[in-house]
Ligand binder design. Structure first.
Ligand code: NDP
Length: 506
């Protein structure tokens, strides 16, 4: 009994939300899409849940000219449109301030210094600053250099100074290393928070719980029992209003360098010794080092890239990628990628990891499917009729949860087998919609927990893996680019990639 009480006490303590000390968030790019759609609503959600410290303020920085009052009104309008309660919105916006200027202009940073000094005093935030770079990546370096030159990245005056950097972090291995090198002139790695919002999603965090808080999965989580792993991140949306960005990036940079590789890493890494950020990040790095790098001549064999053409998505006709606004009508940028990854270590020897992601696909879905091997000897069917394999599916969105497919007897006098699905849906079980990924990550940044942020070495290793592929595609340009109808599952060659191994996408 005593032990039980002790255990449940510990569990309750674990569940307690960590409350950050005095903090401020300074958003560069405060007039932009990410700020309004994700950052402000997430900070507001933390405010409503009383997870923000009492000593807190938010300062927006961008080129657009607003007074504090005008910026507050923009935010008020946005939140009221989202059906938020007027009273809470009014008390929230009292903590919001705004300054404008050009990022390459010293006077902006002088103004910033003055503003921070006065706001730190007013809100007693002890000079604790989180700078969030929500601008286009082309200005990241400029901002960091100036913050450094104006000593805003220094921590020796008592408070902390942390910088959250949005993806994309560089555009290939070379530019990522260059950006990192420059960053480290002004910041220690412990001050850098490279954000990948996928890591803040409840179900992504649950991968570690599922694997390492249960005894049943880990013993079979290896080449002896797992046949293959499939990771799919499919979107029905096109590029929306982000043509400028997407034309530069393409899908491999946009999805694989960060989200897809991170998901793979969480599924495949070894159990960390503890939940401490360095421990988890060390295991991720170790895993990344064991992903096989292909020779240039193998790239076409293991990777398929496609671009959508006009088609029908959710019953509505949509234009092809080259017909989208601000897209080059001869663009060879990929909107779909499928690839086969192999991990050269003891646990995963010979187990392929098939990854695919794309825009304007048939269904919006993000999931990881762990497909187990067949039973070694079937006593149920003669004539080599195959039994369906067990599959564990981790649903990341939209129906967050997981399901396990198993074989069971169908009621009746005959010996008939059927596939059952044991389903767990987060929302149904907990009767609670989990927080947005940005809420979790912003809170973690305020308490200084870097576990869910990408460390420099992991970022570099992901680029190292993908840069040869990008180089090959850049060389080949249109050669090798396949076309798929919007509303399909991508080019048929993506099916052939996996069919060659005698498998199919589930
Ligand atoms: P926006 O294109 O909306 O730009 C943000 C703000 O930056 C703009 O409001 C603008 O403000 C300023 N800006 C635009 N162009 C320039 C420029 N050339 N020089 C200086 N400032 C400029 O970007 P998002 O908000 O969509 O994204 C911000 C960052 O977050 C990007 O790095 C993006 O890749 C990343 N990201 C975005 C996601 C999203 O869903 N939007 C998702 C994941 C990552 P002003 O003109 O007032 O200065």
């Amino acid at each position: 009994m005593e032990q039980l009480i002790k255990k449940s006490l510990t569990r309750a303590q674990i569940c307690e939300e960590v409350r950050p000390g005095p903090s401020s968030i300074i958003i560069f790019g405060a007039s932009g899409d990410l700020t309004f759609r994700k950052l402000i609503p997430s900070i507001f959600a933390l405010f409503k849940k009383e997870l923000l410290p009492k000593q807190f303020y938010l300062l927006g920085v961008a080129r657009t000219k607003y007074t504090d009052e005008e910026y507050r009104n923009e935010i008020k309008r946005w939140l009221l449109n989202e059906n938020e309660a007027l009273n809470s919105v009014l008390s929230f916006i009292e903590r919001i301030f705004y300054i404008s200027g050009n990022y390459d202009d010293d006077s902006l940073y002088k103004l910033l210094q003055e503003k921070l000094n006065s706001l730190d005093k007013m809100f007693e935030t002890q000079q604790n600053h989180i700078f969030y770079l929500a601008t286009p990546p082309s200005v990241y370096l400029e901002i960091i250099r100036r913050l450094g030159q104006f000593e805003l990245t220094k921590e020796n005056s008592g408070g902390y100074s942390r910088v959250i950097i949005e993806k994309p972090f560089g555009s290939n291995l070379e530019t990522a290393i260059e950006l990192d090198k420059e960053l480290h002139k002004y910041l220690k790695e412990s001050q850098v928070y490279r954000i990948d919002h996928y890591l803040g999603k409840e179900t992504v965090q649950n991968i570690m719980m599922l694997r390492f808080a249960n005894i049943v999965f880990e013993p079979i989580w290896n080449y002896k029992y797992i046949d293959n792993v499939q990771i799919t991140v499919a979107e029905t949306l096109g590029i929306e209003h982000r043509a400028g960005y997407f034309e530069q990036a393409g899908l491999l940079r946009d999805m694989f360098q960060n989200h897809m590789i991170q998901l793979l890493t969480l599924v495949a890494m070894e159990p960390p010794a503890s939940l401490e950020d360095s421990s988890v990040r060390d295991e991720k790095t170790k895993l990344l080092k064991s992903i096989r790098m292909y020779d240039t001549y193998e790239i076409d064999k293991y990777f398929v890239r496609g671009q959508y053409v006009r088609g029908t998505v959710n019953g509505k006709e949509v234009p092809g990628y080259r017909e989208e606004r601000n897209v080059n009508p001869n663009s060879y940028v990929e909107t779909f990628v499928a690839g086969k990854f192999l991990i050269d270590n003891w646990r995963w020897s010979g187990v392929p990891f098939y990854l695919r992601a794309g825009k304007r696909l048939k269904k919006k879905i993000s999931e990881i499917a762990i497909i187990f091997k067949e039973v070694p000897h079937s006593i149920f069917f003669k004539n080599n009729v195959e039994l369906e394999q067990n599959v564990l599916i981790l649903n990341i969105q939209p129906d967050e949860g997981f399901s396990l497919k198993i074989q069971a007897k169908q009621p009746g006098s005959k010996l008939c087998l059927n596939t059952l699905t044991m389903d767990f849906k987060y929302n149904e079980f907990f009767n609670f919609k989990g927080p947005d990924a940005y809420e979790r990550l912003l809170l973690d940044a305020m308490v200084g927990d870097q576990t869910l942020f990408v460390r420099s070495d992991a970022m570099e290793l992901a680029w190292k893996l993908l840069t040869p592929i990008l180089n090959k595609w850049e060389q080949d340009k249109e050669k090798g680019l396949l076309f798929y109808e919007a509303g399909s599952w991508g080019p048929k060659e993506a099916n052939e990639l996996i069919a060659r191994d005698g498998r199919e996408w589930r």
